[in-house]
Design a protein around this ligand. Structure first.
Ligand SMILES: C=C(O[C@H]1C=CC=C(C(=O)O)[C@@H]1O)C(=O)O
Length: 414
C-alpha cells in the first residue's frame, strides 16, 4: 500500500496492528533513520517512522476542527487490530501546526511504524500492509563543521523591535506581546535529528523532546494532554537563568517569584488558559499563584492546570480553544498577533505552534513548539522568544533569547 492521499470520503483503508513488546524500550535509540517522529519525556512516549499518510492542514480559523474531521475519516475507515488498548496505541498521528492561523505549514503524519512505552507498557504498531519489520538501521552521525550566521534580524534591530513593542504597550494598545527571533546554522552534511533528540532528552528529561517533519526541540510547555475525559496543561511565562551555585540559584528563583513584571507576564497566560478551558470543562483547577519550574539552563514561572471535559472532545478541539496562548502570542490575542506580524520581520512557521500526537480515540499530548529548530538538510533555523510587557527592556530580553537558544545550540554542538 502506498502513501494515502487523504481526501474526505476516501475509500482507501489503513491496516493498523498493535502488539505488546517487552519493555523498557529506549525509544530514541530505535529510530532507524533521520526522518524521525518523536514525543518523549522521562524516557516515555512515542516514536515513529515512515509515512502511511500525510495530511497537509490549510491555514484558517477552523484548522484544528478541519484536522480532526480529516483524521476521523481516515481513522474510522481503518482496519484496526489493537491488543494493547492504551492512549497512543492503535491508529495515531504526529502533528505540528503553524503558529499563525494564516500559515499553511501545518501537518499531520500517520507513521508506518510506532513504538510506545509508558507506565510499564510497551507496544509496537504497524500501519499499512507492506511494512518491513526489519527497517534497516542507519547509524546516526553528529553534525560537523557548523557555521553560524545571524538571524532574519540582527540583535540590534531586534532590540529596537522590543523597544517599539514596549512603547505600544505603555501607550495602552495591548498588555503583552511575545517577540521572537531566529538564528541560522549550516553543517557540512545533512543534520540527523536523532543526535539532537538524544542530546535534548538527556539534558532536558523533564521537557517533551519532539520531532515532527524536521521541527526538532525540547519544550517544557505542555499545551494540553487529554486522556479520556481528563485534561492537563502547564502554563509557562516568566523566565530567569539558573544560578552558578545553589544559593545564587535559589535567590534567582525567589526573585522571579517576587518580580511584578514576570508575575504580570505570567498572569496574562494563566488567565487566558482559565477562560479558554472554562466553557469546555465541568471541573477546572487553575492555581492562583505560580510555582517554579527549573530546567538545565533556566527557571520559569509555571501554573499546572487540571480539568475534566464536560463532553467528548478530541484533544484537537482543546488545542483549537487554547492556541495561541499569551505564553507565545500576547494579550489581547488579535492585537498581539498583528504586532508580531508587523515587528518580527520573519515567518515563525511552526515555531510556537502546537506539536504532539493524537490517536483515534481523540487522546493525545501536545506541547508548544519552543526551544526548537527547523531542520532543512544541512541547515537549521533556531527560534527563541520572550514575553514583552510594560516593564521589559531590550538588553534583558536579548539576554533571555540567548539563554533560550542554548538548548538547541547544545543539541547541535554537543
Ligand atoms: C516564547 C518562548 O518561551 C515562552 C515560554 C516560557 C517563558 C516565556 C517567557 O518568559 O518569555 C515565553 O512566554 C520561547 O522559549 O521561545
Amino acid at each position: 500500500m502506498g502513501k494515502v492521499s487523504v481526501a474526505l470520503g476516501t475509500s482507501e483503508q489503513l491496516t493498523v496492528r498493535t502488539v505488546p513488546v517487552e519493555g523498557p524500550v529506549d525509544l530514541i535509540a530505535r529510530l532507524p533513520h533521520p526522518s524521525a517522529l518523536a514525543w518523549v519525556r522521562h524516557d516515555s512516549g512515542l516514536v515513529g517512522w515512515g509515512e502511511a499518510a500525510r495530511i497537509r492542514v490549510p491555514g484558517g480559523d477552523d484548522r484544528f476542527g478541519w484536522a480532526r474531521r480529516r483524521l476521523a475519516t481516515l481513522f474510522q475507515n481503518a482496519l484496526v487490530d489493537d491488543s494493547v488498548g492504551v492512549p497512543g496505541s492503535g491508529a495515531v498521528a504526529f502533528g505540528s501546526f503553524g503558529f499563525d492561523p494564516k500559515n499553511d505549514d501545518s501537518v499531520l503524519i500517520v507513521p508506518r511504524v510506532v513504538l510506545g512505552w509508558r507506565d510499564g507498557t510497551a507496544w509496537h504498531t504497524t500501519i499499512g500492509d507492506d511494512v518491513d519489520p526489519l527497517t534497516l538501521m542507519r547509524p546516526a552521525e553528529e553534525p560537523e563543521g557548523l557555521e553560524w550566521s545571524g538571524g532574519s534580524m540582527g540583535e540590534e534591530r531586534w532590540g529596537r523591535a522590543v523597544e517599539s513593542a514596549v512603547r505600544r504597550i505603555r501607550g495602552g494598545a495591548l498588555g503583552k506581546v511575545v517577540l521572537a527571533r531566529d538564528l541560522k546554522v549550516r553543517a557540512s552534511a545533512p543534520i540527523d535529528a536523532r543526535v539532537l533528540l538524544r542530546r535534548l532528552a538527556e539534558r532536558y528529561p523533564e521537557c517533551y523532546t519532539f520531532a515532527v517533519d524536521g521541527l526538532v526541540g525540547a519544550t517544557p510547555e505542555l499545551l494540553v494532554r487529554r486522556i479520556g475525559g481528563q485534561i492537563e496543561s502547564l502554563v509557562l511565562a516568566g523566565t530567569t537563568p539558573r544560578g552558578g551555585d545553589e544559593d545564587e540559584d535559589a535567590e534567582l528563583g525567589r526573585a522571579l517569584l517576587r518580580s511584578g513584571k514576570d508575575r504580570g507576564e505570567h498572569a496574562y497566560a494563566a488567565e487566558m488558559v482559565r477562560e479558554a478551558l472554562r466553557p469546555l470543562c465541568v471541573e477546572l483547577d487553575v492555581p492562583r499563584v505560580p510555582e517554579l519550574l527549573r530546567l538545565a539552563n533556566l527557571q520559569h514561572l509555571a501554573t499546572p492546570v487540571r480539568g475534566r471535559l464536560a463532553e467528548e472532545r478530541s484533544v484537537l478541539d482543546v488545542l483549537g480553544a487554547l492556541h495561541p496562548t499569551p505564553a507565545v502570542c500576547g494579550t489581547p490575542t488579535g492585537e498581539a498577533m498583528e504586532l508580531i506580524r508587523e515587528l518580527e520581520e520573519m515567518d515563525r512557521s511552526r515555531y510556537a505552534g502546537p506539536v504532539g500526537w493524537v490517536d483515534a480515540r481523540g487522546d493525545g499530548e501536545w506541547g508548544i513548539a519552543l526551544r526548537c529548530a527547523q531542520l532543512d538538510g544541512a541547515e537549521a533555523r533556531l527560534f527563541a522568544g520572550c514575553g514583552i510587557v510594560a516593564g521589559s527592556t531590550a538588553p534583558a530580553e536579548l539576554a533571555e533569547t540567548r539563554t533560550k537558544f542554548r538548548a538547541m545550540r547544545y543539541a547541535l554542538e554537543g
